[in-house]
Design a protein around this ligand. Structure first.
Ligand SMILES: [Fe+2]
Length: 199
């Protein structure tokens, strides 16, 4: 007997999926359906699809390590760049993403006010990586975002190019801290605040 759908695991097909899976699927669809072409986007859609997915999965690992709610974290990670995904623009995207994320959460309809507030705090503040927050979910979102980006090729130099040495120090400290938390080997590139690749 063959199934169009796997009866045990949905693979994100159909309506019988969890509220977190609904958010993950909505975010992927937002990227795919955005009418802004790559040439007019701050990031390519391929990066948006890859980053939005990898930050969720790494977020799940890190949430377990930190004793945070894995599902809330997964929703926060999925939605953190939603403004970029819809508009293609990065300027002030963390704050501008809050109303879009709120609407998605309310449409899905099963999140409590407290859960929505936690998710939106992480989304709205994640760009302020030079500021250390007392809120574990806000700190989490900053850490997991910069850590996920650090895995992509050439991102060290992109940060050095885009940001001041003071800001880079705060970003790179986050990368090193997460590497340690996840038991990864020490990576000395994150001690270096100059371009590494010279060609
Ligand atoms: Fe991000």
């Amino acid at each position: 007997m063959s199934y169009a759908y796997n009866p045990v695991y949905s693979h994100f097909q159909g309506d019988d999926i969890s509220r977190i899976e609904k958010i993950e699927r909505t975010v992927v669809e937002t990227i795919i359906k955005s009418h802004v072409p790559d040439k007019d986007r701050s990031w390519g859609k391929v990066f948006e699809l890859k980053h939005s997915s990898s930050v969720i999965q790494i977020g799940r690992f890190l949430a377990e390590r930190r004793g945070l709610d894995v599902n809330i974290v997964a929703a926060m990670c999925a939605l953190h760049d939603v403004y970029v995904f819809e508009t293609g623009k990065v300027t002030n995207h963390a704050r501008l993403g809050v109303p879009i994320a709120k609407k998605i959460l309310e449409n899905i309809g099963t999140f409590t006010d407290e859960e929505i507030n936690t998710i939106l705090k992480g989304v709205g503040n994640h760009s302020d990586k030079h500021i250390v927050s007392k809120d574990p979910y806000i700190e989490f979102m900053k850490d997991v975002d910069v850590f996920d980006c650090s895995i992509y090729e050439g991102v060290h130099d992109a940060y050095v190019y885009e940001k001041s040495p003071e800001i880079c120090k705060t970003y790179f400290a986050r990368v090193q801290r997460v590497r340690e938390e996840l038991g990864l080997p020490y990576d000395s590139q994150w001690d270096n605040f100059e371009m590494i690749k010279k060609d």
